[in-house]
Design a binder for this molecule. Structure first.
Ligand code: ATP
Ligand code: MG
Length: 751
């Protein structure tokens, strides 16, 4: 259940408590005239979520009363969307068209009660008669028709004896009602059209205001939840159900605010136009806000649901910043996906003093992701780096490779540039470099200081892949039409290079390409021979820093309500930017951690203080950005039980391998609670890291003995299972074993 109870759940709870209903029944009632978008996801999350939370039921109902726009392919897309989001509708899919007979009976009933009549005014006169907000309307002369005449006309309307528009059935309510919707609303209109399900049986079709409330009633719905634009229709909803005097309980309508997101459009009609005009590749184009589009792009259902949850359920319309959705997917993938290396714009580097080949062991996941697994990264004399990771005339604050500045190849060696080779036009075509044999990642004794590590791939073993870079579909925050489309919303790179394990081992479908963003193996076009990856989202919000595109000429910038997401929306101040640059540069923090620290005064000052007594900027930063940050969310720095110095001590115990990273988290929890010194806690709880093979080997033997199947698979070539064994051993020691040692010993044992 969501953390905060929203107003809808409050109503539902009260209705259950008061005994108004025994069971809550909701419904999601889309019109099958297009693919569902993220606004529908919100409605799905609300309706199915409430049914789930209160052990009720939620129906999926196709509100198919408009024969000309509906299609079974949309029905399928709607079903897919609900299932993909992880929900189950009650029983079978419902269709308003299945109730056409029943609805007609109710209409006849109203006519018999003198509460509905067949009107024959032409459209224009009818509009004129309706009056205005300030003036009452007047009733049509046809309202005086007798019940018999009305019944006869209605029957003949149904049988197709009249042309479209010749007659309508109207409720007889009040032509001077303040709510204009109540001025004798239309209940049925004539439509000689083939219905995709009902066929040609009907020449009349019910209007929303008549069909919806009764379909809810027929299905036993209790809470009919819809969006705000139906607020004025609620009076008709009530009128129809009450006038018919139906047996209770009857449903009631409740409205919430529609979801809108900036830089996109959220209406099936406008989306259909994009599809029909060929502005996108189809309903599942990854730039569209359709569920099918997000799904193909690589969004997870969890991220969409978390997003819907994070924006809450409001009673006033507002536009949500798309950065908040992007935050949700980043947040989800950050703790799930393997980190790999892919070079999008390759620049060749020849390492002059290197001969032969070797492979680096590289974990797929960073330490703070609770997953195990690693791959080999091949290395040889010729590699490719990202073109923009070399600069001949670097701007200030450039921390990557330059003629005078060494850089680390991620998971590998430190290289320095010896020579820059150019073509006749002066374009750089190759870098001649040198590596330092003492600088291998993890056992660096070179003493060389570098400011950053860059991604790279080995020339011989890298695979060529297509990468599709998606950006916002519109360049305007509140798009007005096709003119506002962002011409750069799709960029295709045909010859990116990726490390081989991604294709051969396929540790996942989604990846973080280090320093580039999150990517997804395209579910339609990907093959092992011609791999295609979609960019899901960048590592941080690149739009917040760029100048936003100007609104079109002569118009004021649309006012879009901003929803603040910590660290995502606003550009940094100069001071924050300076900190960020120092953290990512000099101190070598990854940009996400640096971002968190730099933007938060409390965190950065805590960090600076810890730094003054420690020499492990990266480890400290991780703890501050995660653990300490969590504590500081609720407390002021003075209220913390621990201080920066103790954190530095904790980190030192990790660095000198007294305790493992996992245990460090546990120790931290204890420090936060009791304020004890880390050394004391480790001592008292016996948490010292186990590095002694004499202790570890027997545990490994046990794990191996327990998992003969996996041993066999591993020996048959499934190298991914190494991570499984390591994980099991770590688990058996309560996280106390030294992962490095375990890794080596397991590999040794399984050889
Ligand atoms: P569109 O204008 O995109 O066609 P709609 O409201 O006509 O949207 P329906 O298929 O009738 O679409 O909607 C099904 C359900 O989803 C309705 O209950 C509707 O209120 C809800 N819904 C549609 N759009 C949104 C949105 N942007 N935010 C929240 N709920 C929405
Ligand atoms: Mg609609």
């Amino acid at each position: 259940m969501s953390e905060h109870k929203d107003f809808l759940r409050t109503i539902v709870e009260e209705d259950l408590k008061s005994g108004k209903y025994k069971e809550v029944v909701t419904r999601f009632p889309p019109e099958p005239n297009g693919f569902p978008h993220i606004g529908h996801a919100k409605s799905i999350a609300i309706n199915f979520g409430i049914a789930r939370d209160y052990h009720g039921r939620c129906n999926l109902r196709m509100d198919d009363t408009n024969p000309t726009t509906e299609d079974t392919k949309y029905v399928e897309a709607l079903k897919d969307a609900v299932e993909w989001l992880g929900f189950k509708w009650d029983n079978h899919v419902r269709y308003t068209s299945d109730y056409f007979d029943k609805l007609y009976e109710y209409a006849v009933e109203l006519v018999k009660m003198g509460k509905a009549y067949v009107d024959s005014l032409d459209e224009e006169t009818m509009r004129e008669y309706r009056g205005t907000v300030t003036e009452p309307g007047r009733r049509s002369q046809y309202a005086e028709r007798s019940v018999e005449e009305n019944l006869d006309l209605l029957e003949r309307m149904k049988n197709g004896e009249f042309k479209d528009g010749e007659h309508v059935l109207r409720a007889k309510i009040d032509m001077s009602a303040a709510n204009m919707k109540m001025r004798d609303p239309l209940l049925y209109r004539i439509r000689h059209a083939h219905h995709y399900r009902a066929g040609d049986k009907w020449a009349i079709y019910p209007m929303y205001d008549f069909g919806h409330c009764l379909s809810d009633y027929i299905e036993g719905v209790t809470h009919s939840i819809c969006t705000l634009e139906f607020e004025n229709n609620r009076d008709i909803y009530d009128w129809v159900l009450d006038t018919l005097g139906l047996e209770p309980p009857r449903p009631y309508q409740h409205e919430f605010a529609r979801l809108g997101i900036n830089y996109t459009v959220m209406s099936k009609r406008l989306l259909l136009e994009l599809v029909n005009e060929g502005k996108v590749s189809g309903w599942d184009d990854p730039r569209l806000p359709t569920i099918a589009g997000y799904r193909r792009r690589g969004y997870t259902p969890e991220s969409i649901l978390n997003f819907c949850d994070s924006i809450g359920i409001a009673k006033a319309n507002s536009t949500v910043d798309v950065a908040q959705l992007e935050f949700a997917i980043r947040d989800d993938l950050n703790t799930k996906v393997p980190r790999v290396m892919c070079v999008l714009d390759p620049l060749k580097v020849t390492i002059e003093n290197y001969e032969g080949t070797e492979e680096f062991d590289a974990p797929y996941y960073p330490e703070d992701v609770p997953k195990e697994g690693s791959r080999k990264v091949p290395f040889s004399k010729e590699i490719y780096i990202e073109r923009e990771d070399f600069s001949e005339n670097p701007p200030k604050g450039y921390y990557r490779l330059t003629p005078d500045q060494a850089v680390r190849l991620r998971h590998g060696y430190i290289i320095t540039c010896k020579e820059v080779i150019k073509d006749a036009e002066g374009n750089i075509t190759e870098i001649i470099a040198e590596y330092n044999p003492e600088s291998k990642s993890g056992r660096d004794t070179s003493g060389i200081k570098v400011k950053s590590a860059i991604q790279w791939v080995d020339a011989k073993s890298a695979k060529t892949v297509e990468v599709r870079l998606y950006d916002r579909l519109y360049s305007s925050e509140a798009p007005k039409g096709l003119d506002d489309l962002n011409p750069d919303s799709l960029k295709i790179i045909k010859d990116a290079l990726i490390e081989p394990a991604v294709i051969t081992e396929k540790p996942d479908e989604r990846f973080q390409f280090e320093r580039q963003g999150y990517f997804y193996a395209d579910p339609v076009d990907y093959t092992d021979e011609a791999p295609v990856f979609n960019k899901i989202v960048g590592l941080k919000d690149s739009w917040s820093k760029k100048d936003k595109p100007k609104a079109s000429r002569g118009e004021r910038k649309p006012q879009v309500k901003k929803v603040q997401v910590e660290g995502e929306v606003e550009p940094m101040s100069e001071a924050e930017q300076a900190l960020f640059d120092r953290y990512t540069g000099e101190l070598g923090l990854n940009s996400m951690v640096a971002d968190i620290l730099a933007r938060d005064e409390k965190l950065s000052s805590f960090y600076e203080e810890a730094l003054s007594v420690s020499s492990s900027p990266v480890t400290i930063a991780n703890i501050v950005a995660n653990e300490v940050a969590r504590e500081l969310k609720e407390k002021q720095a003075e209220e913390l039980k621990f201080n920066a110095k103790q954190i530095a001590e904790l980190v030192k115990m990790v660095d000198d391998e007294t305790i493992s990273n996992k245990i460090a988290k546990q120790v931290f929890e204890e420090m936060a609670k009791s304020g004890a010194n880390p050394a004391q806690i480790v001592e008292a709880k016996g948490l010292v890291q186990i590095s002694d093979p004499a202790v570890i080997v027997p545990i490994i033997d046990e794990v191996i003995a327990k998992n003969p199947d996996n041993v066999e698979k591993f020996k048959a070539g499934n190298s991914k299972l190494l991570g499984f064994f390591v994980g099991q051993v770590l688990k058996a020691t309560g996280g106390k074993a030294n992962p490095q040692v375990v890794n080596e010993l397991v590999a040794e044992k399984l050889k």
